[in-house]
Write a protein that binds this ligand. Structure first.
Ligand SMILES: Cc1ncc(COP(=O)(O)O)c(C=O)c1O
Length: 407
């Protein structure tokens, strides 16, 4: 029996009470962004009302208050992902911001002409395009781990791609489109055995399962704050201290400097070296609050409850005639990508919306996956801790009704 008290959880999300087109909202677009508990929303208000100030540079009271709260949020992230030091946690604008920062800093420090970077066929565009850009700039090569029709990585093929030229392997832990949970520890082990570095995109992992950077021994890890019940415009780049110290900063200005003269600039220490300009102070502090929300519920309890919902939803979906689920890996997190007969995902998504059922449609920023399956896109129902079996029943009834309308 799940330890989640769903009533108490839902009470904390006022938006779940809203209606759309006169119907109660059932929100299944959590892989795109989750809703925020009221304690996160209140924290943003509290920051602007009681400690609004710039951080790290003021000697006055408010600046000290804001600095302390910001650094406390960093400590919360450190503990949440089990990093060795809080200065290994860099606040960014999101996973995309974190990957762009890493890609550019990494390329400037470690990447030379002819070197190789490995990603996978199931990456989000945010973990494809920045690597393409730096590979083009550095005349390096981007290689891609293929997938099978279940949406699983072909690890034998991965091993064949590894070589002395491989500088970095950057792979998602959980696919935002297929729900696949990749065997990330095995991938990291193989990467390190090849003397290459590893980056894990944990954007769809931190909110669903335990992520421990020490146990998995990854060199870098990124995630977005807004997918783990935190504010938009927040995110994290984790990196091992030694590597972050070695790397050149990507963006310049603000607190990332130690000394500036027109002849020469020296950089600040970690983590400030990578946080140029005034950051999203209130957002990162509120991300700390979101992490408290998740930690208090217990990520294991969340995982157990969401697994129950995912299994229930999958069983119910498969009862619908003409249902095709894309992503049938043996280990999945709470995402179901699907099509029914030849109904276009936009058509079905629009009709579901009219019933108060919010799902995602399209390529989900993973166009190579959609091309692999040769389809126009999918509908995607993604589950968060505040979803219920009753909502899933409504979704199943809605999909069935739309399918019947299309005959
Ligand atoms: C696996 C994965 N990586 C990266 C991103 C990019 O996140 P953001 O848009 O918050 O930067 C997403 C967002 O959907 C994602 O699912």
């Amino acid at each position: 029996m799940s330890k989640i008290n769903i009533h108490q959880i839902r009470e904390q999300f006022p938006i779940l009470k809203c209606t759309v087109y006169g119907k109660p909202l059932a929100y299944f677009d959590n892989a795109a962004t989750t809703h925020k508990p009221d304690r996160v929303v209140r924290k943003i208000k509290e920051v602007y009302e009681s400690m609004n100030s710039n951080i790290h540079r003021g000697v006055h009271y408010l600046s000290n208050q804001a600095t302390m709260a910001y650094e406390q949020a960093r400590n919360k992230v450190q503990i949440f992902i089990n990093a060795a030091h809080s200065h290994e946690v860099i606040f960014t604008s999101g996973a995309t911001g974190a990957i762009n920062l890493l890609a550019n800093s990494f390329a400037d420090t470690y990447l030379s002409e002819g070197d190789e970077i490995i990603i996978s066929h199931m990456e989000h565009h945010s973990n494809i395009v920045p690597w393409q850009m730096v590979c083009k700039r550095k005349k390096a090569l981007l290689k891609v781990i293929p997938i099978n029709s279940h949406g699983e990585l072909l690890l034998d093929e991965f091993e064949k791609l590894l070589s002395t030229k491989t500088k970095l392997v950057a792979v998602t832990y959980v696919s935002n489109t297929l729900g696949t949970v990749n065997p990330i520890e095995e991938i990291i082990e193989k990467t390190h055995a090849n003397n290459s570095l590893m980056m894990v995109d944990a954007s769809q992992a931190v909110q669903h399962l335990k992520v421990d950077v020490k146990t998995m021994d990854t060199d870098f890890l990124v995630f977005s704050g807004h997918k783990i019940y935190g504010p938009t415009g927040t995110g994290v780049l984790y990196g091992k201290e030694k590597l972050l110290n070695e790397m050149e900063p990507w963006q310049g200005g603000g607190e990332m400097i130690k000394n500036v003269s027109f002849e020469q600039t020296t950089y600040n220490e970690l983590p400030f070296k990578f946080e140029a300009g005034t950051p999203n102070i209130a957002g990162s502090i509120a991300l700390g609050e979101a992490i408290d929300f998740v930690s208090e519920l217990g990520i294991e309890n969340i995982a157990e409850y969401e697994d129950e919902l995912l299994n229930y939803a999958t069983e119910q979906f498969l009862q619908i005639p003409g249902m095709r689920i894309f992503g049938t890996a043996s280990k999945k997190a709470s995402v179901i990508s699907f099509l029914v007969n030849d109904i276009h995902p936009f058509d079905m998504g629009t009709l579901l919306d009219k019933m108060g059922l919010a799902v995602r449609t399209g390529h989900h920023c993973t166009q190579p996956i959609i091309d692999y399956f040769g389809i126009p896109g999918t509908l995607r129902a993604s589950i968060a801790v505040y979803n219920t079996k009753e909502e899933i029943d409504r979704l199943v009834a809605g999909i069935t009704k739309v399918a019947q309308m299309f005959g």
